[in-house]
Write a protein that binds this ligand. Structure first.
Ligand code: FAD
Length: 467
């Protein structure tokens, strides 16, 4: 062809989905070009998502623990925060990881092309690079263009005091009064960070619960814990107006619980993310994009155009990095001729708040709605020696089992380290474990992991097959 470059596989976007797919395809012998508009590869997760947020949450955790232990006889005094140093440390982690990725790309002979990409045909993509527009012809393409922050157009988004998650991670300063619009995972994680750094936090959420969609039994301990530390949590409340005044951002609320208008120094808007499907000229390749900007795919991650695949945030919920990476592997392996499908029993979710909230499989609400007969085991961490020895008692481990067979259906955990602990439940579900399997597996004592076995034991007595 007369394209500037040719590839067996072109991957559009270098986030966790894209780089995983590119590396896997290269490992399977394909000649791969990876396209990324930013200077650094790694996508949202590595640059402005999962990783920098977790670094700052670690900082928050240490501050909170130091404060907390004063009650138990060890006093450190108020933290002195050098915000630039905190931000530099966070940036250094991102640099290490993106640098590592670039090295891995080189090792695998994956060519990285930097620039904004758009489809120009069913086997052609064009990239606006620093040296002009380059065309790349491909046999297969994997679209991994991800998602972006959802903006609310009526807000004064150009005001420097208005932040999205990317701005909040920059850690420009520590606002005295911060309003977080959106009580989902991202909003609450950033609230955890700024609260520990000293901001007075208010959270406003449209739904009747924080982390809408998560089991209410799990959210409640989190809600109770942060309510004591935050200025306010407004549920079922909408922000109807933000006036950018010199003295601050004046916010008008709407709803039954709506407070009088309040003024804040900064506002973080965390109301969700929108897929980038409409920004890549997909129609030129014949790829169907729905009204929201999502691209539909089959279990092999193929779009309606079989030699073009799509993975990650751009193909739908949940928008999580571990979903993207697994989908990326499936796409690459299918292109390489392997018989594969993306068919997980569950994709776990984690809010890295304090306490953490993690869940997987069927929730109790879903089980009820679907008319599935289940048995529940719920173990309160107030009875866990390990939890009390880390001076926490609000946690809960909850597991649902099929009433007849005893097989695990779903589990949820709230408490410190819930995100690490949920992995065992995912494995148990994938392996078809029942309550007895989990209860009889010897868990080390004293650990938080025991609580999963205890929850299973609590359910055992009510499972038909075991009676
Ligand atoms: P992305 O990571 O969005 O990457 C897409 C890439 O494509 C980007 O680099 C973009 O620049 C590039 N691109 C897009 N269009 C073009 C184009 N036309 N030309 C060239 N390049 C293009 N998930 C978790 O699982 N755990 C977490 O703890 C977590 N924390 C998060 C915290 C925050 C603050 C945010 C915002 C997100 C978080 N997420 C987390 C979500 C996670 O970041 C995403 O699910 C993940 O990054 C999606 O990966 P992806 O490969 O689909 O795309």
């Amino acid at each position: 062809t007369d394209a500037d470059m040719q590839a067996e596989v072109v991957v559009l976007g270098s986030g966790p989905g894209g780089y995983t797919a590119a590396f896997r395809a290269a490992d399977l012998g394909k000649q791969v070009i990876l396209i990324e508009r930013h200077q650094r590869i790694g996508g949202v997760c590595l640059n402005v998502g999962c990783i920098p947020s977790k670094a700052l949450l670690h900082t928050a955790h240490v501050i909170n623990e130091a404060k907390h232990i004063a009650e138990n006889g060890v006093t450190f005094g108020a933290p002195k925060i050098d915000i630039r140093k905190v931000a530099d440390w966070k940036d250094s982690i991102v640099s290490k990881l993106t640098g590592g990725l670039s090295a891995l790309a080189k090792q695998r002979k994956v060519t990285v092309v930097h620039g904004e990409a758009q489809f120009a045909g069913t086997n052609l993509i064009q990239v606006k690079t620093d040296d002009g527009v380059k065309t790349i012809s491909f046999e297969n393409c994997i679209i991994a263009a991800g998602s972006r922050v959802t903006k609310i157009p009526v807000f004064p988004n150009d005001d420097p005091r208005m932040m999205d998650s990317t701005d909040a991670l920059e850690l420009e300063d520590i606002p005295k009064k911060l309003l977080v619009i959106g009580g989902g995972i991202i909003g609450l994680e950033m609230a955890t960070v700024y609260n520990a750094l000293g901001s007075e936090i208010s959270v406003v959420e449209l739904q009747d619960s924080l982390i809408p969609g998560a089991d209410k039994d799990l959210v409640k301990p989190l809600h109770n814990h942060i309510q004591k530390q935050y200025k306010a949590i407004y549920l079922k409340t909408k922000v109807s107006k933000i006036d950018a005044m010199k003295s601050g951002l004046k916010v008008t609320f709407e709803g039954d619980n709506a407070p009088e208008p309040q003024t804040y120094d900064k506002i973080l808007v965390a109301v969700g993310r929108s897929p980038n499907g409409k920004l890549i000229n997909a129609e030129a390749a014949g790829v169907t994009v729905n009204d929201y900007g999502f691209i539909e795919v089959n279990q092999q991650m193929q779009t309606n155009v079989p030699h073009i695949y799509a993975i990650g945030d751009i193909v739908g919920q949940p928008m999580l990095a571990h979903k993207a990476t697994h989908e990326g592997k499936v796409a690459a392996e299918h292109i390489a001729g392997k018989k594969v499908a993306f068919d997980p029993m569950t994709i776990p979710s984690v809010a890295y708040t304090d306490p953490e909230v993690a869940w997987m499989g069927l929730s109790e609400d879903e089980a009820k709605k679907q008319g599935i007969e289940y048995v529940k085991g719920a173990f309160p961490w107030a009875a866990s020696g390990r939890s009390l020895s880390v001076d926490r008692d609000e946690g809960l481990t909850k597991a649902l089992f099929d009433k007849e067979t005893g097989r695990l259906l779903g589990a949820g955990i709230v408490g410190p380290n819930a995100g690490e602990l949920i992995a065992e439940a995912v494995l148990a579900l994938e392996m078809g474990a029942d309550a007895e399997d989990i209860g009889l597996s010897i868990h080390p004592h004293p650990t938080l992991s025991e609580t999963f076995a205890f929850a299973a034991e609590m359910a055992e007595g009510n499972i038909t097959d075991l009676m």
